[in-house]
Structure formats: C-alpha cells, structure tokens
Design a protein around this ligand. Structure first.
Ligand code: HEC
Ligand code: HEC
Ligand code: HEC
Length: 435
C-alpha cells in the first residue's frame, strides 16, 4: 500500500512537471513571473476600489464619456474571471474583447497591452487563475448614456485608434534597450498618461516612431510631463541613475512625485528589479526632443534668488508669500534639498502649461510614497486653509516666472476651480488646532 501511494504521488509530480509551461497548469515560476508582470502593468491600481479587496474591481474611472467602473478580475467563477479560458483572457488583455464577445472601453489600456509578449500573457493568466484569491463580490456596473453605452461602436474606434501588435525586438539595439522599450510601451503603459491624445481620444503614437510618443499628456488635472531624455528632450539633464531612482522611490535630486504618478511608483515601479529600472532609463535616454522643448539651465545664481535674499519686494507680492510660506523647505534658490524637498526651479509640475496640479499641491499638500528603497513618506503640508485664492494665484504666478521657470500666469478663478474639487477635511487637514 505504502509503496503504491509513493509511486502514485511520484507519478502525479511527473505529470505536473510535464505540463509546467502551460498557463492552465502552471508551475510556481510561471505564477511568480505573472505576479511580477502584473506589478509592472499596475493591474491593481485600476482594478481595486478605494478600501476594497485587491483586484475585486469597482474603481470609478473618469472618462470624457462618463464614469467607467473597473471589473472584478479575481478568479471567482461567479463574480470574476474564473471561467475565462486562456484565449478569452488574451483577447480581453490585448484586444479589449470580453468573454461574451462585447468590447471593453479603452479605459482598460488594451491598446498598450497589445504589445505584451505571449510568454507574459500566459504568465499573467497563470497568476490570475492560481496566485490571486477569488472574491465573490460584484463591482458596480458601468452605465453610460447613449451613444456611449453602445459597446459595438468601440469596434470602429479600434480600427482608427488602436494598433495591435506585440513588441518586436530591434536587433540593432542592446538587450537593455529592448527590455526597456518593451516595459515602457507594453506592461508599463506609460503612454496612456504621458502621450498626448488625439481627436478621438486615442494616444498619438504607441511607440517612438512618432514624435508625439511620451511628449506629455494630461490625466485628470495632472500634467504627465514629457519623458524624452535623449538629446534636446525635456529630461536630457536627468542621468540614467536619476531616472531609475525616481521610478523606484518617487524622488531624486531634481524632483519629487505628486498626483497620479504617486500610485504608479507605490504600487508598480517600486517593485521592479534594478536591471528593469536601468532598462527603462536606457530606453528613455534614447528618445530625442522634437526641438520645441528648451533645456532647463542648472546654473544656481540668478536674479530671483538675489531679490528674495535682499528682502526688496512688495508686502503683498508672490515673492513675500514664498518667503513666508515656502522658502524654509524649498530655499531661496528654489533648489530644495536632494531627496527631501524637491527643487522648484525647473520643476515640470511648476512649469506645466496647465497649472491645476501645482494649485492642487499648494492647496492640499502632497505625500511621497513609502517604498522599500526610500521608506520615509515625507509630506508637504497643505496651504488651502491659510492662503486665499488671490494669494495662491500670486504665489503660483511668481513660481512660474521666477528663477529659470517660464509658464503662463495663474488667476484667482483657476484656484477657485481647483479648490472646489478638494474636500474641506483635506483643505483643513494641516490647520493648527487653536481655540
Ligand atoms: C488604467 C486602468 C486599468 C488598468 C491599469 C488595467 N485595467 Fe483591466 N479594466 C479596466 C476597466 C475600466 C475595465 C472595464 C472596462 C469596461 O467595462 O468596458 C477593465 C476590464 C478588464 C477585463 C475584462 C473583465 C471582464 O469583466 O470581463 C480584464 C480581464 C482585465 N481588465 C484585466 C486586466 C489586467 C490583467 C490588467 C493588468 C495587466 C489590467 N486589467 C489593468 C481598467 C484597467
Ligand atoms: C496614471 C498615469 C501615469 C502613468 C501610467 C505613468 N505616469 Fe509618469 N507621471 C504621471 C504624472 C501625472 C506625473 C507628474 C508627477 C508630478 O508632477 O510630480 C508623472 C511623472 C513622471 C516622471 C517625472 C518627470 C518630471 O519631469 O518630473 C517620470 C520620470 C515618469 N513619470 C515616468 C513614467 C514611466 C517610465 C511610466 C511607465 C512605466 C510612467 N511614468 C507611467 C502620470 C503617469
Ligand atoms: C515643511 C516643508 C515644506 C514647506 C513649508 C513647503 N513644502 Fe513644498 N514640498 C515639501 C515636500 C517634502 C515635498 C515632496 C512631497 C511630494 O512630492 O509628495 C514638496 C513638494 C512640493 C511640490 C511638488 C514638486 C514636484 O516635483 O511634484 C511643489 C510644487 C511644492 N512643494 C511647492 C511648495 C510651495 C509653493 C510652498 C509654499 C506655499 C511649499 N511647497 C511649502 C515640503 C514643503
């Protein structure tokens, strides 16, 4: 008896081993690879509601057509994707087609995931079927108004707007370049935020063959800056190490992360290994500017600093507001302190054409993510309780024209618009409790 059992279990081990490479009968290595690619793809960010269970869906994503809810992608057979075959999963991920044949809204970034390699799609399937706990809960249903509730229309959008082919290695480039290009264009879907959108809301380019790729876009009120770090690019002055450090920790000598990118660093990029971070930086360093971005001078001394230090500025000026509220941390030269207080001179958020994100940070403050390589969640306090719309406008206008910065001025109306979107509890979070 005993020997039989042993033989039986030995046989079952053998048969599992021979199926190891198939996504329906995966081994641990394949499940781990899937978990890693799920991190790199940030599936959790969209498929988890605030305070909800991982991957159970229900996050409302704002789109130009209305609210689109992410769905439950846990392996629950009743509420999630537990009945999806591998082929159906692949169709949803790379082509935006659900198991029932209807089309997904491109709020799910399948036009970018179309670049995923077969091997990684299989690993993702293995992970979602065997490495994720099923959650038997319904996510709220998306209910757009006519004509946007007509999912068949998305088929035409796909013809015009999506470009569906897996990433092809460029034999002339290094291994690091190809790995980086793949991670950026495919799993990382960086272009879904950092590439400007066209007439039908499609990304203007899914790879570097077009000059618009990663040249800067908007995500809600947040400006996702130009990421081109090659010759003449906006990030030309960031070294490969600077880029990798920002992706892993949300901070480096030049900047600190705020807004929509905070969660990308926290839930996705801080999990990548050093060689993948280096690969992404290697790729971004090859993307040249298009001649419209002006390199930011890194010189220190200039007229703004001298004026602030001299104290010769009007009482009600942006300069005065800066000295009273900001310079203790960001300093008179606006260079801040590396990895602690971000530089505001040459900062992409300060210089964004649309000032909404900058106004939001001044009113509500901002907290850096805690990551394995930089666990301190350093925070900037909010000033919404203390500064009026008029004052924030003056301060922001000063920031956007001081030192080497060059961006249009900000009005009190701009500030009022953003203030309305921030809950009172957040605006007053940093108000001292004095009776
Ligand atoms: C930027 C947000 C976003 C990210 C990132 C994202 N998804 Fe989605 N996903 C959505 C939304 C929104 C829907 C529902 C769209 C709809 O209802 O048309 C969806 C739908 C799906 C579906 C169809 C499920 C069903 O109910 O039939 C699958 C499968 C899926 N996503 C898997 C993934 C996986 C795997 C990842 C990571 C590799 C991922 N998603 C990353 C937003 C996202
Ligand atoms: C959900 C939208 C979103 C996605 C996806 C996204 N980013 Fe960002 N990213 C932003 C926003 C918004 C900012 C601006 C942050 C700020 O102002 O502090 C930003 C900032 C950055 C910066 C700093 C640039 C600067 O000038 O300060 C880098 C570098 C960056 N992202 C790289 C990436 C890479 C690489 C990917 C893909 C792996 C990616 N991002 C994916 C929204 C996104
Ligand atoms: C107590 C120190 C402190 C004070 C005072 C302070 N800041 Fe900050 N600031 C920080 C820290 C820390 C961060 C990084 C937080 C983050 O990016 O999430 C930051 C981030 C920022 C950013 C975002 C930079 C980026 O790259 O995304 C801007 C803009 C900014 N501060 C402007 C100001 C202005 C304007 C004032 C004055 C009204 C001010 N700060 C006052 C500490 C401070």
């Amino acid at each position: 008896m005993k020997t039989l059992i042993t033989l039986g279990s030995l046989l079952s081990v053998l048969s599992v081993a021979s199926y190891a490479a198939s996504p329906t009968n995966p081994d641990n290595q394949q499940i781990n690879q899937g978990e890693y690619i799920a991190r790199a793809s940030d599936c959790v960010a969209c498929h988890t509601a605030e305070g909800g269970k991982n991957f159970a869906g229900g996050l409302a994503i704002e789109s130009p057509f209305g609210k689109i809810y992410s769905t439950n992608i846990t392996p629950s057979k009743t509420h999630g994707i537990g009945n999806y075959s591998y082929a159906q999963f692949e169709q949803a991920l790379r082509h935006g087609v659900r198991a029932d044949g209807s089309h997904l809204y491109p709020a799910m970034p399948y036009p970018d995931y179309a670049k995923l390699k077969d091997d990684d799609v299989k690993a993702l399937y293995a992970y979602f079927m065997h490495g994720v706990d099923p959650v038997d809960e319904d996510a709220p249903k998306t209910d757009l108004s006519f004509p946007f509730n007509q999912r068949w229309g998305i088929r035409f959008w796909n013809w015009v707007a999506a470009d569906a082919s897996p990433y092809q290695n460029d034999a002339k480039q290094s291994e690091a370049y190809n790995r980086g290009a793949y991670l950026v264009q495919g799993p990382g879907h960086c272009g879904s935020c950092h590439t400007p959108r066209g007439l039908v809301f499609q990304e203007k380019g899914y790879d570097h063959k077009g000059g618009d790729f990663l040249s800067g876009g908007m995500i809600g009120i947040w400006h996702a800056p130009d990421l081109r770090a090659g010759k003449g690019g906006a990030l030309e002055h960031w070294s490969k190490e600077d880029i990798a450090e920002y992706l892993a920790t949300g901070r480096n000598v030049h900047s600190a992360v705020a807004g929509e990118m905070t969660s990308v660093v926290e839930h996705s990029l801080s999990y990548l290994n050093d060689s993948d971070l280096d690969a992404i930086a290697t790729y971004l360093k090859t993307l040249p500017g298009d001649g419209t971005t002006k390199a930011i001078s890194t010189n220190e001394d200039n007229a703004t600093t001298a004026k602030l230090v001299s104290g010769k500025y009007p009482v009600n000026s942006g300069e005065r507001l800066y000295v009273d509220n900001c310079s203790a941390c960001h300093f008179s030269n606006a260079k801040g302190a590396p990895r602690v207080f971000p530089a505001l001179d040459g900062n992409s958020l300060v210089n964004a054409q649309d000032p909404s994100g900058l106004i939001h940070v001044i009113l509500a403050g901002s907290t850096l993510p805690s990551t394995p390589k930089a666990p301190e969640a350093l925070a900037m306090p909010g000033f919404g309780w203390r500064l009026s719309d008029e004052e924030v406008a003056k301060l922001a206008t000063f920031l956007r024209s001081g030192w080497h910065n060059k961006a249009p001025s900000v009005s009190a109306d701009d500030v009022a618009t953003i203030r309305k979107t921030i809950p009172k509890s957040v605006l007053e979070a940093d108000k001292p409790n004095v009776e």
